[in-house]
Design a protein around this ligand. Sequence first.
Ligand SMILES: [Zn+2]
Ligand SMILES: [Zn+2]
Length: 102
Amino acid sequence: MYTIEQIRSLIQTGEEKDFYKSYAWQRTAAAARKRQNNECQRCKAKGFYNRCEIVHHIKPLKQRPDLAYDLDNLECLCLDCHNEEHMGKASESSGYTNEERW
Ligand SMILES: [Zn+2]
Ligand SMILES: [Zn+2]
């Protein structure tokens, strides 16, 4: 299992894929999938079923490496919901940048 410091340095060097490849993460993700019935939690909330394709960090790894292996910080998502989640955040932050600029 990576320590918080190791995760921070992986992020700084752009190697966070090493975190996702690690055995400790694979095991944690498997536990999260099991706990959430291997089902997309966003789709479930909307009343339909999609299989979990990604185990997403609710509080991003960058901000909270201490929650990297915390099951309460993990959410099973399908690819569509995961893309939406990250694209939504990206457009929010670029909107913010524009606001600052003007
Ligand atoms: Zn979904
Ligand atoms: Zn994600």
